[in-house]
Design a binder for this molecule. Structure first.
Ligand code: ADP
Ligand code: ZN
Length: 748
């Protein structure tokens, strides 16, 4: 009997054993996709083992179909998925799903795709009448659904694959009707569109450029590590603007010349289109990009190019760690401290940590780059586990931005409690506008206001599903309250729902209000806002950033999105509206996050010829994270923070596992959590780890469910995982309501 184990896309499930029917000429290889029965369904799974130890399992069901003769996922990637599933306590199938390109579960994914594009007549109809559904020709009207499709297509010139339209809820019928009226055209394509062209960033490599002495020394060290051909991890700690990207490029060239491939991971690729443009200008077509802002079709094409070996360099976000490269010799994780490397759904992996595991198997060099390394990575460098390489200065001896603090208590005392933009910041903005320089204004909070309340009866607007108040957003002609966790929303009425008084008031402020204030106070300035709400539409972020880079905008107001990695040489002022946004959270990483964000955003100023300045508004000017960020004193911060972590026994001194139990009722969740904890206790004593909790989670209710959490804390993750796995697998009904997060970043 020939048996294989197959990972199937069912949460928490270990691989299942199937038998290979006699009629199949040979065993499907590890990494091949197969269609198998699970319960009453047939699903596409991935072969993950031919284990002789599976024995003669006569209950095994037959494989229905073999989709690939050759491995679809390289065996090294399958192995990596196994590690991810085990380490992060996810199902093998969850991990495999993370590694598969979109569309891989369909048998026809590699064939042609059907593209729908607006015709000239179709375009004219949407553009002529931007806000009606009426055509210039009488009798020619569009339904709202048809109008949506036309708008999507008008914004995607070469058209969109039907798979993408389907994902956006467009039915085949709608498209047929539009086609019948000549508003759209449908074509079949074996199409490898080029996502680079869309990025529209003109960055070319300056091949003549001479490295600074510091860069030269760093490159020599890194190249030495790379040439040794084995697994190593280097932490490249380089201040903002020290020219890390140039080093990545040169190292990648070296690795590729030696016949291996390079993987460059970035936190959010849409934020750094210039990086891909730069690599593209150095490596030509042998670069692929992988990230979720690409359409499914594009992502699939790029994936296939990598799989075929047509690519030397892959640039992508966290999921690119699973890219099907056959022989990676260099894995770079840029801005390694960035929390977007952590996936907040199963498998809850950290892209940086998985990158290290991948490199270990491949015998590759890992370069972790950051101006503000995570506590974890810097500690590993301090203890000699990683090689530390430092760039202490900006290129061409440009000075770091001078940072000054504005104590907002004093501003309130002078100007009243409603001040949002302090006098020093306003004066500095005006000065930059006069000099035709550019300004970034950061507030790490979306929306217009953080809450609405009635001044008469105190009624507030809370989310019915989550334990948070609704954030107020501006909407056409009024205000809309929206939950940032579940997206519930309602129109904020003009009068109180409880007492009918017309005294509803906003509390707090977010980026929308800052944008409005900047526009009001500086009417001559060209202002735009960058946050998750303003860049919903695909491509709009890239286009905003390119307009800013091209000098078509003066002031960019935004959330942490504007703090990340950009290189805008005309920015000479960064204003931080409130440095305190993250400090109040019940999270032991609050100080680290604040330090990183302030240092990074200050690092956006003065990257060109003019020196830069940052002005930081705060209520806690004495807080160490704010003080040390002002001085851009990373090592001072690290020393202070590591002492705190050591004292409190927090990561990186220990490992944490966060377990959240969800329930329709609070007592249900509490009871289940207590039972898990009770069953864990013997193992905790044996393996000496601590169990903290159970207790209501800080975010006590989310999407209609109550949340109770407990932490395991200890130095041996393997023991904690094994114990939890044992207990949970004996409680399958509870398991479905449990989220386990190993090495959690978000503990709320
Ligand atoms: P980092 O990623 O370390 O913040 P970048 O790689 O973005 O810094 O480099 C900052 C700026 O300096 C970029 O505009 C880059 O083109 C430029 N640069 C890098 N190396 C050199 C060099 N050796 N000489 C001149 N300019 C450089
Ligand atoms: Zn909600």
């Amino acid at each position: 009997m020939r048996l294989v184990s197959v990972a199937v896309p069912v949460p928490f499930l270990d691989p299942l054993t199937y038998s290979v029917p006699e009629s199949f000429p040979r065993l499907p290889p590890v990494g091949a996709r197969v269609r198998v029965p699970v319960g009453k369904r047939a699903v596409v799974g991935c072969v993950v083992g031919h284990d002789a130890a599976l024995g003669a399992d006569t209950t095994a069901r037959d494989i229905v179909a073999l989709l690939d003769d050759e491995p679809y996922l390289p065996p090294a990637v399958v192995e990596l998925c196994g590690w991810v599933a085990d380490y992060y306590m996810a199902g093998f199938g969850d991990a495999i799903a993370a590694a598969m390109p979109p569309g891989s579960r369909r048998d026809d994914a590699s064939k042609t795709q059907r593209i729908v594009a607006a015709t000239a007549h179709g375009l004219e109809t949407v553009r002529l009448k931007p806000d009606t559904t009426t055509f210039p020709r009488p009798g020619d009207t569009l339904t709202p659904k048809q109008r949506d499709v036309m708008e999507m297509l008008a914004n995607a010139a070469p058209g969109l694959p039907t798979s993408v339209l389907r994902d956006r809820g467009v039915t085949a019928d709608v498209i047929r009707r539009l086609a019948a009226r000549g508003l759209v055209a449908i074509r079949d394509e074996r199409d490898e569109r080029d996502p680079f062209e869309r990025a529209g960033m003109a960055v070319t490599r300056d091949a003549e450029r001479r490295l600074t002495a510091e860069q030269e020394a760093a490159l020599n060290t890194l190249a030495g590590l790379a040439d040794s051909g084995g697994f190593k991890v280097a932490l490249l700690h380089g201040v903002t603007g020290s020219g890390k990207t140039e080093l990545y490029l040169r190292l990648a060239e070296r690795i590729c010349a030696a016949g291996r491939q390079a993987l460059l991971m970035v936190p959010e690729i849409a934020l750094t289109p210039s990086v891909s443009a730069l690599f593209r200008s150095a490596f030509g077509a042998r670069v692929a990009i992988q990230h979720s802002a690409l359409s499914d079709g594009e992502r699939h094409d790029q994936w296939q190019r990598i799989r075929r070996g047509d690519v030397d360099v892959v640039i992508g976000t966290r999921s690119a760690v699973f890219a099907p490269l056959m022989n990676p010799g260099l894995v770079i994780v840029d801005e390694e401290h960035d929390s977007s490397y952590k996936q907040e759904e199963s498998p809850r992996y950290h892209g940086r940590d998985v990158a290290i595991v991948r490199a270990r198997t491949a015998g590759a060099l890992v370069v972790l780059g950051s101006a503000t390394p995570s506590m974890e990575s810097y500690q590993n460098a301090a203890t000699g586990k990683y090689v530390l390489v430092t760039l202490e200065r900006r290129v061409l001896d440009r000075p770091l931005a001078a940072v000054s603090l504005v104590n907002m208590r004093e501003e309130y005392a002078e100007d009243g409690p409603d001040v949002v933009i302090s006098r020093p910041l306003a004066a500095a903005i005006q000065q930059r506008l006069d000099r035709r320089e550019q300004v970034l204004v950061l507030l790490n909070r979306r929306g217009y206001a953080t809450a609405v309340f009635c001044r008469q009866c105190g009624d507030t607007f809370e989310c019915p599903n989550c334990a948070v108040s609704l954030t107020v957003h501006r909407s056409r002609g009024g205000w809309r309250g929206r939950c940032h966790y579940c997206n519930y929303s309602l129109d904020v009425p003009k009068t109180c729902r409880k007492c009918a008084a017309p005294y509803l008031e906003h509390a707090g402020f977010g980026t929308e209000k800052i944008e409005q204030q900047v526009r009001e106070r500086f009417p001559q300035a060209r202002v735009a806002r960058v946050d998750r709400d303003s860049v919903r539409r695909k491509g709009s972020l890239t286009s905003l950033l390119s307009r800013f880079a091209a000098g078509e905008l003066d002031v960019l107001v935004g959330t942490q999105m504007i703090a990340k990695g950009h290189d805008f040489p005309l920015v000479t002022l960064v204003g931080v509206i409130s440095a305190d946004v993250g400090l109040g959270l019940a999270d032991f990483r609050a100080a680290e996050r604040t330090f990183q964000l302030l240092t990074q955003v200050a690092g956006r100023a003065g990257r060109g010829e003019q020196t830069g300045e940052a002005i930081v508004q705060t209520l806690y000017p004495g807080h160490y994270s704010i003080q040390l960020a002002c001085r851009q004193d990373y090592s001072g911060f690290f020393e202070k923070e590591i002492a705190y972590r050591r004292g409190m026994r927090y990561p990186p001194m220990v490992a944490l596992v966060n377990t959240v139990v969800r329930g329709r009722r609070f007592d249900e969740a509490m009871r289940a959590a207590s039972e898990i904890v009770r069953r864990l206790e013997p193992a905790a004593r044996r393996a000496s780890f601590l169990i903290l909790g159970p207790a209501p989670a800080p975010l006590g209710r989310l999407r209609g469910e109550h949340r109770v959490q407990f932490f395991l804390k200890g130095t041996k993750r393997a023991d904690m995982r094994a114990a939890l796995k044992d207990v949970l697998s004996a409680m399958p009904d509870v398991r479905r309501h449990v989220t386990v997060d190993v090495d959690p970043l978000n503990v709320l």
